[in-house]
Design a protein around this ligand. Structure first.
Ligand code: HEC
Ligand code: HEC
Length: 174
C-alpha cells in the first residue's frame, strides 16, 4: 500500500512539476496531435532523443511546418513534458497490482492516440488488441517501460510508470 501511494505521489508531483496548470486532457490531446502530424513528413522522432530546451526550439518550428493551432501546440508541449519526466518516476518500484487502475492509466497516457484498441485509435503504432499473444506478457511490460529495448529508434514515448503500473496496463489487453 505504502509503495503505491508513494508512486502516485511521485507521479502527481512530476506532472505538476513538469507543467503546472496543464490539464491531463492536454496530454491525451497532445499524443493525438503527435500521432496525426509528426510522421507525415519524416519518421516520428522519439521524444527522449531531445532535451526539453531543444524541444522548446523544435516545437515552434514544427508547429509552423505542420500548421498546428496554438491550442494544438500547447497540447503537444504538455505531452512532450510528461514523457520527458519518465526517468524520475519509472524508478519507483512497487509489487502490488491490485489497487492500480489499468484502464485509467491507458486513458491517461493516451495509448489509443497512437494504437488501435478494440478496433479504433491511431495508426502510428501497431494494434494492441492481440499484442499479449504476439509478444508475451513480459515483453509487453518491458516495451511499455523501455520502448527502445527492441527498437532503438522507437518513436513510442516513455511514460512515468512503475513496473506494477505497466503490468496493470498490460493486463487490460487480454
Ligand atoms: C510539413 C512537414 C513536416 C511536418 C508535418 C513535421 N515536420 Fe519535423 N521536420 C520537417 C523537416 C523538413 C525537418 C528538417 C529540416 C528542418 O529542421 O526544418 C524536420 C525536422 C524535425 C526534427 C529534427 C530537428 C533537429 O534539430 O534535428 C524534429 C525533432 C521534428 N522535425 C519533429 C517534428 C514533430 C514533433 C512534428 C509534429 C508536430 C513534426 N516534426 C512535423 C518537416 C516536418
Ligand atoms: C506518440 C505515439 C505513441 C503513444 C502515445 C504510445 N505508443 Fe506504443 N508504440 C508507438 C509506436 C510508433 C510503436 C511501434 C514502434 C516500436 O516498436 O517501438 C509502438 C509500439 C508499442 C508496442 C509494441 C507493439 C508491437 O506489436 O510490437 C506496445 C506493446 C506499445 N506500443 C504499448 C503502448 C502503451 C501501453 C501505450 C500507452 C501507455 C502506448 N504504447 C502509447 C507509439 C506510441
Amino acid at each position: 500500500m505504502k509503495t503505491i501511494n508513494l508512486s502516485t505521489v511521485f507521479l502527481l508531483f512530476s506532472l505538476f512539476f513538469a507543467n503546472p496548470g496543464v490539464a491531463e486532457d492536454d496530454v491525451t490531446a497532445g499524443a493525438r496531435v503527435y500521432n496525426e502530424n509528426c510522421s507525415r513528413c519524416h519518421n516520428a522522432r522519439p521524444v527522449q532523443e531531445f532535451h526539453a530546451d531543444e524541444w522548446s526550439v523544435i516545437v515552434p518550428h514544427m508547429r509552423e511546418k505542420a500548421h498546428l493551432s496554438g491550442t494544438e501546440a500547447k497540447q503537444l508541449e504538455a505531452f512532450i513534458a510528461v514523457t520527458l519526466t519518465a526517468d524520475k518516476v519509472s524508478q519507483v518500484a512497487d509489487e502490488q497490482t491490485e489497487d492500480i487502475d489499468g484502464p485509467a492509466l491507458v486513458q491517461k497516457f493516451a495509448c489509443a492516440a497512437c494504437h488501435k484498441m478494440n478496433g479504433t485509435g491511431g495508426a502510428l503504432g501497431p494494434s494492441l488488441d492481440d499484442v499479449v499473444q504476439r509478444m508475451g506478457r513480459e515483453d509487453v511490460i518491458k516495451k511499455i517501460l523501455e520502448p527502445t529495448f527492441n527498437n532503438p529508434s522507437s518513436s513510442m514515448p516513455r511514460f512515468p510508470l512503475s513496473e506494477a503500473e505497466a503490468a496493470a496496463i498490460t493486463d487490460t489487453f487480454k
